[in-house]
Design a protein. Structure first.
Length: 417
């Protein structure tokens, strides 16, 4: 057993240990607060709705625990168990170019990972979501979505990986810089294409009909200086009863999207406030900030990989006998999350700050009281727990917990009034 193997096992134990401990805290905290609606919501949320959210949260967490255990076992089988080496060695026996055999090996491993996750997705959709009244999906639709997703991943991902592997083989020691430029260019292109090319493969997007709601939204967009390619209603109800709203795309390809479930749940004032929050992310340049942060982290990751790929201990310590660029890229993708677990709270903190800023913007552009009532409806209808464990939410919540978020909006309203 090499030194790096020991380091990896320690990091793996800490990473998964912390995750399981946090999940245990979350379940215990939610369960301990199940019997009483928090005081801040006592006149807004019924006890039955609060208990439904608690039960829903606990069941999802239990499934997540099992998923994590299976993921841990699968990761160990692929690395220290020799799985990656076995797949790469198998395809190297065929009369194929090194690049092609490596791509097929990587595709095989991602296919295995997808197959391992499908039972959990099935259980989440057709057992948990069904039990709590959210599921609108059908098995044929589920299978179709899985096939489309996998086809897109392979059809788009493999050519990009082939290009990166070619760069790794051909450019020299600075290959990682060129690989970063390729990945970031591709990410920007996909963000631009997503609204009009990718998303319609899964859902139907219908332009919002003329009326008071559309006029109200267009006035809001005009006040905020937001230019989009239209306001669309997405048929989210064909898969789920959950509601949401978002804007997507970059540059002149931006779209405003409302789930049809959200349109049916909130009144026009609340919809305006929810959209104002989403526009707040745009006006406060959160999208650009997140893109810059992602670019920097991706660049650092490629630079680290550029060093690791020259170190035999990196391969040997993770149970991989074939020291190839493709194997290194795959290993790094699988193993790096183990070493970055404790960066999650930092990322989550900044995301929550962005949410506060977007809420501030919404209270300036719309009615703060309607923002609150809309959020309460969304928490209730989506069965989002009102009582998450503080430490768990610090690690995992990109949005502030309900009580903290609403208290922030109320304070903003008071200071403005």
């Amino acid at each position: 057993m090499t030194t790096f193997t020991v380091i990896f096992i320690i990091a793996l134990t800490l990473s998964y240990g912390v995750q399981f401990w946090l999940a245990l805290r979350q379940k215990a905290y939610v369960l301990s607060h199940r019997e009483q609606v928090p005081a801040a919501f006592s006149d807004r949320v019924s006890l039955s709705a609060h208990q439904k959210a608690a039960d829903y949260t606990i069941e999802k967490s239990r499934l997540g625990d099992i998923d994590s255990v299976v993921g841990l076992i699968f990761l160990l089988l692929l690395t220290l168990g020799g799985g990656i080496s076995l797949v790469f060695e198998f395809w190297s026996t065929f009369d194929l170019s090194p690049l092609l055999s490596s791509l097929i090996a990587v595709a095989n491993i991602f296919l295995l990972m997808t197959l391992v996750e499908i039972p959990f997705s099935l259980y989440q959709t057709f057992v948990i979501e069904e039990k709590f009244g959210f599921n609108k999906n059908t098995l044929p639709q589920f299978i179709k979505d899985q096939l489309i997703s996998f086809t897109l991943t392979m059809g788009i991902g493999l050519p990009i990986m082939a290009l990166i592997l070619w760069v790794m083989d051909s450019i020299g020691s600075l290959w990682w810089l060129y690989a970063w430029l390729i990945v970031m260019s591709f990410s920007l292109l996909m963000s631009w294409l997503f609204p009009t090319v990718i998303a319609p493969l899964f859902n139907k997007f219908t332009p919002m009909e003329d009326g008071s709601l559309k006029e109200r939204i267009q006035n809001l967009l005009s006040r905020c200086g937001f230019n989009s390619q239209g306001i669309f209603i997405m048929d989210g109800s064909k898969r789920s009863g959950h509601g949401n709203a978002y804007f997507t795309g970059l540059g002149n390809n931006k779209r405003i999207v409302f789930f049809d479930t959200l349109i049916n749940s909130l009144d026009e004032d609340e919809l305006e406030a929810v959209l104002a929050h989403e526009l707040g992310h745009f006006k406060r340049k959160h999208v650009i900030k997140m893109l810059v942060a992602s670019s920097i982290m991706t660049l650092i990751s490629f630079a680290v990989l550029g060093w690791l790929i020259t170190q035999d201990w990196f391969f040997d310590g993770l149970g991989v006998s074939i020291h190839s660029n493709a194997a290194a890229l795959l290993l790094f993708t699988l193993v790096s999350p183990v070493f970055t677990t404790f960066m999650q709270p930092i990322s989550a903190y900044f995301q929550r700050q962005f949410e506060f800023e977007a809420d501030d913007f919404a209270t300036e552009q719309a009615q703060g009281s309607k923002m609150i009532s809309g959020l309460v409806k969304l928490y209730e209808e989506n069965a989002s727990t009102l009582t998450p464990d503080p430490l768990y939410s610090a690690f995992h919540y990109s949005h502030p917990p309900a009580a903290i978020r609403i208290a922030h909006i109320e304070a903003k309203m008071q200071s403005a009034g």
